[in-house]
Design a protein around this ligand. Structure first.
Ligand code: TEU
Ligand code: CA
Length: 554
């Protein structure tokens, strides 16, 4: 009944529904909008779509604060729209992966509304409460709070409640079996409708030591790593697998914040029967300045470090299976962050990064818009941002005398809204995303960077991306073949081989805007050039700026 091959061989396309396509002029993307673009999605060649949360939510954190797990957010449509989406996707042989948010709900969820009524309320233990007479609980860091404090005081019951994210995202108490059952029932509800899997939001954080001791020194202040190592985490994942996941042909994907290569197998080793895949965060902070400002080093990042991280994560999966991504709704655009969004390099760099994503031994997650080379919008004004992370960080710095100009500058590279601007469909107003006023500004480069321009241009990023997917599907070696890093000390070129039985591919990627040499032990003169972003312009042992080449040894 369980079939694991499909998700190992799949390419997964991530859609941020709010930003994909608006069907009713309210400036917000919606399910009908996605339905209207299913042919576009199908033509990409992807196998599955992961949708960020589409459930009822007051949108303090754009749907990651859920007030009703069994209903569709009215901004996005209704249950009939959802059923239609799922059925049309299945007709087209596309799988649908939803987003489960198990660590916290909205404070507007019925459970929390009850929970805060009194200390005796039957829902009290659905959340983590700390009675004020015990004094202030030990410090927990909040990602989004304007004071960075994860404990919020509630006057009505004279107690603090825990929220790792915003105040409107109270953490659910997984130590309570009733709460766990609620979440399992929610999963059954959607899986019985026929959805093909779940991505699980910050799932490593669900278990907590409810004595809330000071964070032990061995975590060295790394709270994400502490949060991800709760005492009963794996007990709960096993329970969820046994009661729910194992009963369906579905895929489960952990958002793996705080998880390192030593711990990942606890989540995804098939013998442990917990989850199927996990996506790690280790790549995401490469090249940041060290003081935790979420700021990219102006001198760029070290490709050596990048290669080390992705090589280490390839090696981590002897018994499980990895994932690979360079962008999502929590990250800036991959082209800006990892490539080069200057007009003269944009096409080459986007194609080079896609070549990387689609030739690694891991399931690729492609974030919508990356297939046409969308880039950061780089707002100058804090008022243009819609993301609670940016807005509250600004407020925190304002309140605490922080360096605001530095912050605004850093956000142009790292802010999440850079990856959330509306999809650029064509060169009409608002990039064809909406006939209304978009909820977040459209990147003005939509006149040039848009899907319509690229559909019929054989040299476009979009068509190169499609060709890469076909190549991966045609050659199982690109999916399953052994990965080996080549020319490890090269600071400009990422080179590796993929090998399965007699078949060997060599992948060469120049991550810089300068020509770069490389040094490998394979005789490329005898190899077949399968795909390159420079057509067949090849110089012996030199790569052009952002050149990508896939060779097959013959
Ligand atoms: O993100 C997990 C998370 O920890 C984020 O704070 C992440 O580190 C941050 O976005 C990086 O800047 C998940 C969701 O993907 C994110 O969109 C939500 O905001 C968050 O959980 C809370 O649900
Ligand atoms: Ca809409």
């Amino acid at each position: 009944q369980k079939n694991s091959a499909w998700w190992k061989e799949a390419v997964i396309y991530q859609i941020y529904p709010r930003s994909f396509k608006d069907s009713n002029r309210d400036g917000i993307g919606d399910l009908k909008g996605i339905i209207s673009k299913l042919d576009y999605i199908k033509r990409l060649g992807v196998d599955a779509v992961w949708l960020n949360p589409i459930f009822a939510s007051p949108n303090d954190d754009n749907g990651y604060d859920i007030s009703d797990y069994r209903n569709i957010m009215p901004d996005f449509g209704n249950m009939a729209d959802f059923d239609e989406l799922l059925s049309q996707m299945h007709q087209k042989d596309l799988k649908l992966i939803l987003d489960l948010v198990p660590n916290h709900s909205s404070d507007e969820h019925f459970w929390f509304q009850e929970s805060k009524k009194s200390r005796e309320n039957p829902y009290r233990d659905y959340y983590h409460w700390w009675p004020a007479e015990k004094g202030k609980p030990s410090k927990r860091f909040s990602f989004f709070d304007i004071n960075r404090d994860a404990w919020a005081y509630d006057q009505n019951t004279d107690a603090y409640y825990l929220h790792y994210f915003s105040r409107k995202q109270p953490d659910l108490n997984w130590e309570n079996p009733k709460l766990r059952q609620e979440i399992y029932n929610i999963l059954h509800f959607w899986l019985n409708k026929g959805v093909d899997g779940f991505r699980m939001d910050v799932v490593p954080f669900i278990s907590k030591d409810t004595s809330f001791p000071p964070i032990p020194p061995k975590y060295n202040g790394n709270f994400a790593y502490y949060y991800a190592n709760g005492p009963f985490l794996h007990k709960y994942l096993k329970e969820m697998n046994q009661q729910v996941l194992s009963k369906y042909n579905m895929v489960s994907i952990a958002e793996g914040i705080g998880v390192n290569t030593e711990d990942v197998h606890f989540f995804i080793d098939p013998e442990r029967k917990e989850l199927d895949m996990l996506y790690h965060f280790e790549g995401m902070g490469i090249g940041f300045t060290p003081d935790g400002f979420k700021e990219a080093n102006p001198d760029g990042y070290s490709l050596l470090e990048f290669k080390q991280v992705y090589t280490k994560w390839d090696q981590a999966f002897e018994k499980g299976w990895g994932t690979i991504y360079l962008g999502n709704h929590d990250q800036p655009r991959m082209l800006t962050r990892w490539g080069n969004d200057a007009p003269e390099y944009r096409d080459y760099a986007a194609k080079m990064l896609h070549t990387f994503l689609l030739t690694m031994r891991a399931t690729p997650f492609i974030y919508h818009g990356d297939e046409i080379g969308m880039s950061n919008i780089k707002f100058d004004d804090i008022n243009d941002y819609r993301d609670i992370e940016s807005i509250n960080m600004y407020q925190y710095l304002l309140d605490n005398g922080g360096d605001l100009p530095r912050f605004i500058k850093a956000q142009k590279i790292t802010a999440r809204d850079n990856g959330r601007t509306p999809f650029q469909w064509d060169d009409s107003e608002n990039g064809g995303f909406t006939d209304g006023k978009p909820w977040l500004k459209v990147n003005p480069n939509y006149k040039i960077v848009n899907a319509e321009n690229q559909q019929n241009d054989p040299k476009s990023i979009l068509n190169y991306f499609r060709a890469l997917i076909q190549l991966r599907k045609k050659h199982k070696t690109l999916i399953y073949g052994e990965y080996q890093l080549l020319d490890a000390i090269n600071k400009s070129v990422y080179a590796y081989s993929r090998k399965y039985k007699d078949e060997t591919f060599i992948i060469l990627l120049n991550f810089t805007a300068l020509e770069a040499n490389f040094n490998i032990d394979f005789e490329l003169a005898k190899a077949e050039l399968i795909l390159s972003n420079y057509g067949n312009i090849i110089k012996r042992n030199v790569l052009k700026p952002y050149q990508a080449c896939i060779y097959k040894l013959t």
